[in-house]
Structures are given as structure tokens and as C-alpha cells.
Design a protein around this ligand. Structure first.
Ligand SMILES: Nc1ncnc2c1ncn2[C@@H]1O[C@H](COP(=O)(O)OP(=O)(O)OP(=O)(O)O)[C@@H](O)[C@H]1O
Ligand SMILES: [Mg+2]
Length: 235
């Protein structure tokens, strides 16, 4: 999908974004007046307490959800008019997701799981699969089913799958939550490497050790997002 104004460094802009979940016992205000911009080449770390709205924010950034109110712009284009097919194509070709629960298909091997987004896009590139297996250090496990692998190996396969269509932006929701500290560090090092080669990264993590893993830090509190000074301590 082409960028209407490629000299624009803004990747995603949210303006006055609200998300309300109507529940029987009253509405849940998951996001309230969110105004943020992600520049191309940013590495944004998002922190905040459980239930503060981080996953909801990531889903809106990733076009998985339309906000109840407000504007979402991708590379200058207002996404409001986009139908589900357009959003799905954009997600497949531009965005890579590493979700909160690893969502590998249990009856496919790691390698087959990694191929799925390429099959959807209709572009099979053997050399990119080999490179990704090496980059994420799961070559030896490529023919294993997910339940025959460690948590770290599974999560790196999720990362490889997110990268297979060479996305411009990678959205990661607690990719280290179920990992021991060595595997968590390995995952964050991989993300830093991807950032160095120009991929825009958004990393949701409650782990304070990674607050300064990127070049920007957002804190979410009761659905409101504030930008923190990377040099200061987070609230
Ligand atoms: N589909 C839904 N229906 C109703 N309420 C929801 C739904 N999804 C999320 N919520 C509510 O919205 C608020 C924000 O949820 P969200 O999942 O974005 O939080 P989070 O910051 O990612 O939390 P965690 O750190 O536990 O993953 C919570 O109060 C949650 O209960
Ligand atoms: Mg969450």
C-alpha cells in the first residue's frame, strides 16, 4: 500500500482517541483522549499497571480495533473509511504483531507457523525463512511442534512470524512476560537489533528493566497516555 506523503516521518497518529466498552455494570473507559504520534524509526516502550489500557492501545495502533471515538492516521491517511479487507491487507503487509499470548498454531511446526503470513500474502520467499530461523536462533527446532519447544523458542518463532513479510512496524505486547530473564533479555536484544536496521518498534512491557530499551517511553494510567522523559524514573 503506498504512502501518500512519503517525506512525512509520521508513521501513526492518534488524535483524541477514546475506547469505551459498554458493560452491564457500566461502561469501562479503557482509553481516554489519547493523542500520540509514532515517528518512523521510533522504538516506543509502553508501561502501565494491569488494566490501564496498554493492550487496547496496541490493538488500535495495529488496526485490530476501531476506537469508539477519535482519529487514527497511518502514514497520513485517515483509517476511518478503511473496510476490513483494507485493514487486513495493511496488517499483513505493513504491521508485525507479537501478541500477549503466543498464538502459534499447535498442529503446525515452527517453520510452518512462520510461513503462514507469507501464504496469506501469496509471496513465498524461501531465503527469508532461512534468514529468520537463523536470526531468531530456532533453526534446530524448525520441524518441532510448538508444544515440543521451550517458551523462549516459541516466543522467538512468534517474532520470526511477525517479521516474515518485512513489516515497517512491529507491535509487541508483553513478549517477555512468560520468559526467564535470560530469554527475556535475548528477546529485547533482538528487538534492538531490528530497530537498528530501521524497523519501528512498539513494546508493551511491565518490566521496569526495559523502560529505557527504546528511544521513547509512554506511561498509561487509567486509559490516559503520557510521554515520559527517558532520563527520569517512571511513576
Ligand atoms: N473486550 C473487552 N470488553 C470489556 N472490557 C474490556 C475488554 N478488553 C479490555 N477491557 C477492559 O479495558 C481495560 C483495559 O484493558 P487492557 O487489556 O487494555 O489493559 P492492559 O493494560 O493491557 O492490562 P494487562 O497489563 O493486564 O494486560 C480493563 O479495565 C479491561 O477490563
Ligand atoms: Mg495487556
Amino acid at each position: 500500500m503506498s504512502c501518500m506523503n512519503c517525506s512525512d516521518s509520521k508513521m501513526i497518529v492518534l488524535e483524541h482517541v477514546y475506547q469505551v466498552y459498554p458493560m452491564k455494570d457500566g461502561p469501562v473507559h479503557a482509553l481516554q483522549d489519547v493523542n500520540v504520534t509514532i515517528e518512523k524509526g521510533d522504538f516506543v516502550v509502553i508501561q502501565g499497571q494491569s488494566g490501564s489500557g496498554k493492550t487496547t492501545l496496541l490493538h488500535i495502533l495495529g488496526l485490530l480495533k476501531n476506537p469508539s471515538e477519535g482519529t487514527v492516521r497511518y502514514e497520513g491517511q485517515d483509517c476511518k473509511g478503511w473496510d476490513e479487507t483494507t485493514c487486513a491487507k495493511y496488517r499483513n503487509q505493513t504491521i508485525g504483531f507479537v501478541m500477549q499470548q503466543d498464538a502459534l498454531i499447535p498442529y503446525l511446526t515452527l517453520e510452518e507457523n512462520i510461513r503462514v503470513p507469507q501464504m496469506i500474502a501469496g509471496k513465498i520467499k524461501e531465503e527469508s525463512i532461512g534468514k529468520l530461523l537463523r536470526f531468531t536462533q530456532i533453526e534446530k527446532q524448525k520441524n518441532h511442534l510448538p508444544n515440543e519447544c521451550s517458551g523462549g523458542q516459541r516466543q522467538r518463532a512468534v517474532l520470526a512470524r511477525a517479521l516474515v513479510n518485512t513489516p515497517q512496524i512491529l507491535l509487541c505486547d508483553e513478549p517477555t512476560a512468560s520468559l526467564d530473564s535470560a530469554n527475556a533479555n535475548r528477546m529485547v536484544q533482538l528487538l534492538r537489533g531490528l530497530h537498528r536496521i530501521g524497523i519501528t518498534i512498539v513494546l508493551v512491557t511491565h518490566d521496569k528493566r526495559y523502560a529505557k530499551a527504546g528511544n521513547r517511553l509512554w506511561y498509561v494510567h487509567h486509559g490516559r497516555v503520557t510521554e515520559c522523559d527517558i532520563g527520569s524514573d517512571i511513576p
